[in-house]
Design a protein around this ligand. Structure first.
Ligand code: NAD
Ligand code: DAU
Length: 336
């Protein structure tokens, strides 16, 4: 099967590319990515020259460029990762978030409809459910209640993708994963930021009381779940993908301090995120029943190997951080 992957130079997309082109690859990939601050071809250096991999630098908001990729490569399936994926950036600068996440998805759906693809997996997030009160775990019927421009743009794109199933009978499936962690994640999200700051003896910024809860999913478990949906999912369906490892942020950060051997004096309470969701919690029973997928990675082992990856790749961290990221954040959040 020829799969058009979008965002395959980013954190999760690059893990999907590496996994798919690993031993005994059964699929070939066309990897479309515009290489924003979060897209880095180093992430796929190990498979860049694989015969089953073609990279196209293109912006998914550009209808003509998207049409050309489809015309040239005629993919059988689409796995759509490309997005502006960071909540804090979506608060500071919502425009690229709305245009990429919504209009970019629209351009892909249109091109895929014309092409008549056999499968379209729209990769989304559990953030679309908003904060979930204890003791509930959201299933796929749980109402959407997005809090940030990021989550609202993802919720809107989920609805648009599902409308292409209802209206045009396109074989669209939507996946909603919880917080991913693992190697090659740009150091702006909780786990990679805390690891890289700890390794550099920099303060670890804790938003508010640090008791917000997230469910942690190892990135390769997420990628295997997407393959399971690609192979066995039913068109028109939504599949939650969770790690079954809910932890308060401070608990995660204390584990990082312990594993890096750094002192708790590095913790620094900073201004809370506006509209901060208190708790994310989902059930993955549907995907488990439908495909047999289960999250495999134990959180403590996954966190340890992620820290080891960052320790061995401090040059990667320095390179990605030397971009516009640092100035942008320092200008906008003076206490972080
Ligand atoms: P990321 O920010 O690491 O990577 C995004 C990739 O998309 C980058 O390579 C970037 O260059 C590319 N991109 C951005 N705008 C583009 C555009 N207009 N045209 C073409 N390419 C563009 O993101 P990630 O964390 O790997 O997330 C991937 C997907 O998974 C997103 O759709 C996100 O909403 C979803 N998701 C992420 C998480 C998480 O914890 N990171 C959890 C659930 C769902
Ligand atoms: O739930 C899935 C979502 O997880 C994905 O859709 C998003 O793409 C991804 O960014 C992530 O969103 P979060 O907002 O949950 O992730 P983030 O890593 O930004 O924050 C996790 C928690 O840690 C959240 O409660 C805010 C807090 N936090 C984050 C940062 C960056 C801090 O306390 N300090 C920080 O510096």
């Amino acid at each position: 099967m020829k799969i058009l992957v979008t965002g395959g130079a980013g954190f999760i997309g690059s893990a999907f590319v590496r996994l798919t082109l690993g031993d005994g690859a059964q699929h070939s990939l066309v990897n479309v990515d515009s290489l924003t601050y979060a897209g880095n071809l180093e992430n796929i250096a190990s498979v860049e020259r694989h015969p089953g991999h073609s990279f196209v630098r293109a912006d998914i908001r550009d209808a003509a460029a998207v049409a050309e990729v489809f015309a040239q490569h005629k993919p059988d399936a689409v796995v759509h990762f490309a997005a502006e994926s960071h909540v804090d950036r979506s608060i500071l600068s919502p425009e690229p978030v709305v245009t990429t996440n919504f209009m970019g998805t629209f351009q892909l759906l249109e091109a895929a409809k014309r092409q008549g693809v056999a499968r379209f997996v729209h990769v989304s997030t559990d953030e679309v459910y908003g904060s979930i009160p204890e003791p509930l775990d959201a299933d796929e019927q749980y109402p959407i209640s997005a809090s940030s421009p990021y989550s609202a743009s993802k919720a809107a794109s989920d609805l648009l993708a599902l409308s292409y199933y209802k209206t045009f009978k396109m074989p669209v499936m939507v996946t909603r994963a919880s917080n991913n962690y693992g190697p090659n994640q740009f150091p702006e999200k909780l786990i990679p930021l805390m690891i890289s700051n700890a390794l550099e003896d920099q303060p670890l910024p804790i938003y508010g009381d640090g008791q917000q809860v997230r469910d942690w999913l190892y990135v390769d478990d997420h990628c295997r779940a997407i393959h399971a949906v690609l192979a066995k999912g039913s068109p028109g369906e939504i599949y939650n993908i969770g790690g079954s490892r809910a932890l308060a942020n401070l608990d995660v950060v204390h584990r990082i301090l312990a594993l890096t051997g750094k002192p708790t004096s590095l913790l620094k309470t900073v201004t809370d995120r506006p509209g901060h969701d208190r708790r994310y919690a989902i059930t993955s029973e549907k995907i488990e029943r439908a495909t047999g997928w289960r999250a495999q990675m134990n959180f403590d082992l996954g966190l340890k190997s992620t820290i080891e990856w960052y320790m061995a790749n401090l040059d990667w961290v320095a390179r990605v951080k030397s971009g516009a990221y640092r100035d942008y954040y320092q200008q906008n959040y003076s206490d972080r």
